[in-house]
Ligand binder design. Sequence first.
Ligand code: GFB
Length: 311
Amino acid sequence: MDLNAKIYVAGHRGMVGSAVVRRLQKAGYQNIVYRTSKELDLRSTEAVNSFFAEEKPDYVILAAAKVGGIMANNTFRADFLFENLQIQNNVIHASHEQAVKKLLFLGSSCIYPKMAPQPIKEEYLLTGPLEPTNEPYALAKIAGLKLCEAYRDQHGSNFISAMPTNLYGPGDNYDLNNSHVLPALLRKFHEAKENNTPEVEVWGTGTPRREFLHVDDLADACLHLMLHYNGRELVNVGTGEDLTIRELVELVRDIVGYTGNVRFNTDKPDGTPRKLLDVSKLAKAGWRYKTGLPEGVRTVYQESFQATPIS
Ligand code: GFB
């Protein structure tokens, strides 16, 4: 990928896409193209085809998706399945039509079976039933990575797929109904501290385990894969370390400095009990994460709540 190559980053305004753009710019890439969703509706086949015919990107990083936390996934089930299928079908097919040299498709660790052995190796895909709260999203992502494999098999396309673990970082979604757990906890504890609220509600039992990766590390891994990985098999991207939601709650509470009570609302879903990724494949390809969770959460808290408060 030479520094003048034209790289299309789909989803450049999202947390992942914006981190990818920052990482590419830092590496000196000069010719990054992107469109806002107003300028280009990725759910429209016609619009995507005209965009690709006009721009003819050399490389594509597909970071556009409809995403959200456990509640959003479980509530907007049709949207998560349908819109993600539309976006990825359009972008992957147009990349094939325009002979894109290489495409990176981004999935999620929720593609693996709910009861997969831990840590989860890439080969455990499709060996058991999915976690029901995010089955529609997971099915869309499985279809996406299989589409990449199929274009490779049928046409020799260099389309690769990476499966990141739970992500956090700048530009995260802090809407309490739709967000993931980490931004939700930051916001809940921050507001409770500001308002002297005696108790904060946390969802589920606190026993599920989750792994968290700073999005800048994911962006670094994406560049690494674009430069060094051309395999058919998907690649897990994570830290290889996890903690319970209860431990995460303690960590975030300490960083924010909230001293009130925490109540676990067990009427809310827990989701999958554990989804720790086996990251040895990526380690063999020469990549490791840099930002530890306490450091990452501290930075995000400072940047998102103390420098420019979330409104
Ligand atoms: O991050 P999260 O929404 O998604 O929830 P998943 C992780 C865990 O945190 C669950 C608990 O056990 C939640 O019950 N939790 C506790 C909370 N308090 C809260 C809270 O205030 N907000 C939220 N959101 N959770 C998503 C999938 O699963 O992860 C997607 O639905 C995707 O498909 C994404 O894979 C990475 O880790 O359960």
